[in-house]
Design a protein. Structure first.
Lengths: 75, 470
């Protein structure tokens, strides 16, 4: 199941990885896309997708405060 | 506005692991995720989140300060130079198919420290400002030059605390070398790939040479006990040994820690074991079966604790921030600051893997020399990308507080450091490692909790290692 088209600037790398995906591989949730192997059941695929979206929202909402704390610590 | 410094990772049964920027965590139920997504968290949710530092309300100065402190504890503190990896010779008396360092034959000339290089190394040691020092002798086979090892050791008498590790294949241990090993501040690190047949196939080539290795290893464990010696296997993932055979090879020698490593994509392995560039589910499955077998054995014999070393390091990264200095998982991981590698010709590299890359002709990551120093632009350039704090993928990752960054690993495998993180072997390896660690942390199996407690070196076995929010 593919829920989002994968942006693959490194085509050779991407092809290699797709070839490595096994039937038991769990969803690979990345920063800009979700890859889910064909054997994934739909309920879990949807769960991964929902968590990914929620995570995106949490990260975006916390971004300014997170950067402020980091700036304080790095300074 | 409130600050929710949380990142999520899907787990089974519709739940998700939630980790704060300070590395505190819980598993949220499907119902909780629903409430969080719909912005209708309950009062009890809010109390739980506030207490755990997962939710900081505007004006909560104490909560904000605690959170900042928690994040600070996760940032590696890098001090003065106090860890040296020294390569007195590149010569070796073995020729392993997956040798990582492109060793040269024992008879070759010009691959040992010169008199000038030795003098420069000793001068560098004299100038160190640290009271505590650790020196690792690598090679080649460093015991081919016991005189150089001894010269360094003798020069370190002024330090309050000093420890030496000789990384050796233990093929030849004569009286001169044994005198070095007998020192209480000297420890031995060697390679043990499993039983005699496996070790012979991978490294020594003949049973005669294999038997010499095992005789020396047994002699040293008998003489000094297992604490003096650590051993690491290198596993060919295309034909891994039987798990119990590998464990037994260590157990019979009194060795309890096994650092399960696949072939490193370095040196000769780049050509002879090209598939070692990346590991797939086959390796990850083997790794999990290996750890679960250790757990079974620890449970059936509670008088002994067997561990997979890297998993223990990962667990300490999760539960004991600040205590674990392992460079693969520290963050940031600046190069050429608190540890350096001095090669056989006096060239200084930021890591041993960087040295291997240079030897293999892949990329020259030398940052200087022991004569002229290494505080220059090459080091500064490497250090522009040594934290995961600002990487666009890591910023979204629940495991960011526990994980690290290794630009040399990226260069070794891909020749670049700007690949999206999740497309790198480093990221995939550690996503699996931390996924597996949290699977164990949230296991209800008493045997699993028993091993976790021992691996974390805590007294007793807690009833749970992680909280849940239903």
């Amino acid at each position: 199941m593919e829920l989002s088209m994968r942006d693959a600037p490194y085509e050779a790398e991407a092809a290699k990885r797709v070839a490595m995906v096994s039937d038991t591989l769990r969803a690979q949730v990345g920063g800009r896309h979700v890859m889910i192997s064909g054997a994934q059941d739909e309920a879990e695929a949807r769960h991964c997708w929902r968590v990914w979206l929620l995570n995106e929202r949490l990260v975006a909402e916390a971004s300014a405060d997170r950067q402020a704390v980091l700036a304080l610590l790095v300074a | 506005m409130s600050f929710v410094p949380l990142r999520l990772r899907p787990t089974g049964r519709g739940s998700a692991l939630a980790v704060s920027d300070a590395g505190r965590f819980f598993v949220g139920s499907p119902d909780f995720l629903e409430r969080l997504a719909d912005e209708r968290i309950s009062d009890s949710d809010r109390a739980f989140l506030r207490l755990g530092g997962f939710f900081i309300e505007k004006g909560d100065l104490l909560g904000a300060t605690a959170h900042t402190r928690g994040m600070a504890d996760r940032i590696a503190s890098v001090g003065t130079l106090d860890y040296l990896i020294l390569v007195p010779t590149l010569r070796c008396n073995l020729s392993c198919s997956y040798c990582q360092v492109s060793r040269v034959a024992e008879t070759r000339q010009g691959f040992d420290w010169s008199e000038e290089t030795l003098a420069a190394v000793l001068t560098m040691i004299d100038r160190l400002e640290t009271p505590r020092l650790k020196i690792e002798f690598q090679g080649g086979e460093p015991t081919l030059r016991p005189d150089l090892i001894r010269a360094v050791i003798e020069r370190c008498a002024r330090f309050e605390q000093v420890e030496f590790v000789v990384c050796t294949n233990l093929q030849h241990v004569d009286d001169e070398i044994m005198a070095i090993f007998d020192r209480p501040d000297v420890f031995i690190s060697t390679s043990l790939d499993g039983d005699a047949a496996t070790h012979s196939r991978n490294r020594t080539g003949t049973f005669e040479i294999t038997n010499a290795f095992f005789a020396n290893l047994r002699s040293l464990t008998d003489r000094h006990g297992p604490r003096k010696i650590s051993a690491l296997p290198t596993i060919d993932p295309t034909s891994p040994p039987e798990i119990d055979d590998l464990i037994d090879a260590y157990v019979t020698l009194g060795l309890d820690s096994i650092f399960l490593r696949p072939i490193n994509y370095q040196g000769f392995a780049r050509k002879r074991h090209a598939t070692s560039r990346e590991q797939d589910d086959g390796w990850r499955g083997y790794y999990e079966r290996f750890v679960r077998r250790l757990i079974e054995r620890n449970w059936s014999d509670r008088g002994r604790v067997l561990e997979e070393t890297y998993l223990s390091i990962a667990l300490r990264r999760i539960f004991q921030p600040g205590l674990e200095r392992h460079v693969d998982l520290r963050n940031p991981n600046p190069m050429g600051v608190d540890y350096v590698v001095v090669d056989h010709d006096g060239t200084v590299y930021p890591t041993d893997e960087a040295r291997m890359l240079a030897r293999s002709g892949v990329i020259d990551l030398a940052i200087g020399s022991v004569n002229d120093g290494w505080n220059g632009p090459a080091r500064d350039l490497l250090n522009t990308g040594v934290t995961n704090q600002f990487d666009p993928d890591c910023v979204r990752c629940a495991f960011q507080p526990f994980c690290g960054r290794d630009v040399v690993d990226d260069l070794a495998r891909y020749g670049r450091i700007d690949l999206p993180r999740h497309e790198t072997d480093f990221c995939r390896r550690h996503l699996h490692l931390f996924d597996f660690a949290f699977e164990l942390i949230y296991s209800d199996d008493e045997a699993v909790r028993h091993s976790l407690g021992r691996w974390l070196r805590i007294p007793g076995t807690p009833s749970a290692f992680g909280e849940r929010l239903s």
